[in-house]
Design a protein around this ligand. Structure first.
Ligand code: ZN
Length: 332
């Protein structure tokens, strides 16, 4: 049962912490939840606002629209999607509804991925989430400890509200698509949208502010162990090397808190070492099971701690098993 009838401000269940990154540049850091939400970058210019990524559901994007009023009275002009994953674009429809002149922008590869894969996955979620809810309820019935019960109760509530929203979704595809690079020149700011090669998906978009030395990475760099299910582990490090060539000091990532160049080198090191180790094992004839035994043990001393800051959300040991499986399939 829904409670309290919250209207307007904070009516969605998504929670964000808004931080200033530079003059006129903010990040809304999403609290990790059962149904994950992406962060949003908020970039204000003389004639309006650029928003990067729109979360997993319209109500989360509506929370941002509400919070935006504390930051600026300017309208949102552009909404950028960094890649085709559901938790970065399901909220798109909110912006053209709230701001009639808003355009949704991404590159051609990501727009195509939204059409060929993203729209289908909306329907997959409509089918799959009821099963997830049933499982959560079964876990809840079996749970004893109050803390575990409370966590599962929250998850059930989030899953049910997500299901209601995804059923009603009116997917808003990008209205502008570029090939390699698109640059917005504003009186007080330059905003570069870049394609640097394959990484987390085939079409990752980076948003670069050269004057402020800020880059928005989408999920090509995040605060915990990456999801590689649609990724290109063998291309990923080369793409991050092109990212490293940009002159920046601050990264707004798809998930997790704002980070600097140190985290980029740790994150790149993990992917580089994981791919190298899997490739060596595969070349020596190891089975997937053997690789999944040996490689985490080999990399743990260097990476386990660094990737466990959000360990409660996606434990490194669990993440690397999936990463190895994807990489093994691609190098095999
Ligand atoms: Zn993603």
């Amino acid at each position: 049962m829904d409670c309290c009838g919250h209207e307007g401000r904070g009516s969605g269940d998504a929670r964000f912490e808004i931080q200033k990154v530079a003059d006129g540049v903010h990040v809304a850091v999403a609290a990790p939840a059962y149904k994950v939400n992406s962060n949003t970058a908020i970039i204000e210019s003389d004639d309006g606002v650029v928003i990067v990524d729109t979360h997993s559901k319209p109500s989360a994007a509506r929370v941002i629209v509400e919070r935006l009023r504390d930051i600026t009275t300017k309208p949102v002009r552009y909404v950028v999607n960094t890649h085709f994953h559901w938790d970065h674009w399901h909220g798109n429809e909110v912006y053209p509804a709230a701001y009639p002149h808003a355009e949704i922008v991404t590159n051609q590869l990501t727009r195509e991925a939204m059409v060929t894969k993203g729209l289908k996955r909306v329907q997959d979620h409509v089918r799959q989430v009821p099963r997830e809810i049933a499982q959560l309820k079964a876990d809840l019935a079996a749970a004893g400890a109050p803390a575990e019960r409370a966590k599962l109760e929250t998850s059930v509530r989030l899953a049910e509200s997500y299901l209601a929203e995804v059923k009603a979704l009116k997917p808003a595809l990008p209205t502008i698509a570029f090939e390699q690079t698109m640059k917005l020149y504003r009186r007080d700011r330059e905003i570069h949208l870049l394609y640097l090669g394959r990484a987390h998906t085939e079409g990752d978009v980076f948003v670069y502010l050269p004057r402020e030395k800020v880059v928005v990475t989408g999920d090509a760099v995040i605060g915990w162990t990456p999801f590689m299910g649609d990724g290109y582990p063998e291309d990923w490090t080369a793409t991050l090397d092109r990212l490293a060539q940009l002159d920046f000091t601050t990264m707004i990532m798809g998930h997790g808190y704002v980070a600097g160049r140190n985290w980029l080198s740790t994150f790149r090191g993990y992917i580089h070492d994981m791919v190298g180790a899997v490739r060596d094992e595969a070349a020596a004839g190891a089975t997937l099971e053997e690789v999944q035994q040996r490689v985490p043990a080999k990399l743990a001393p260097t990476y386990e701690k660094a990737f466990s800051v959000y360990g409660h959300y996606r434990p490194w040991r669990q993440g690397i098993m999936a990463n190895i499986e994807r990489t093994y399939a691609m190098v095999g």
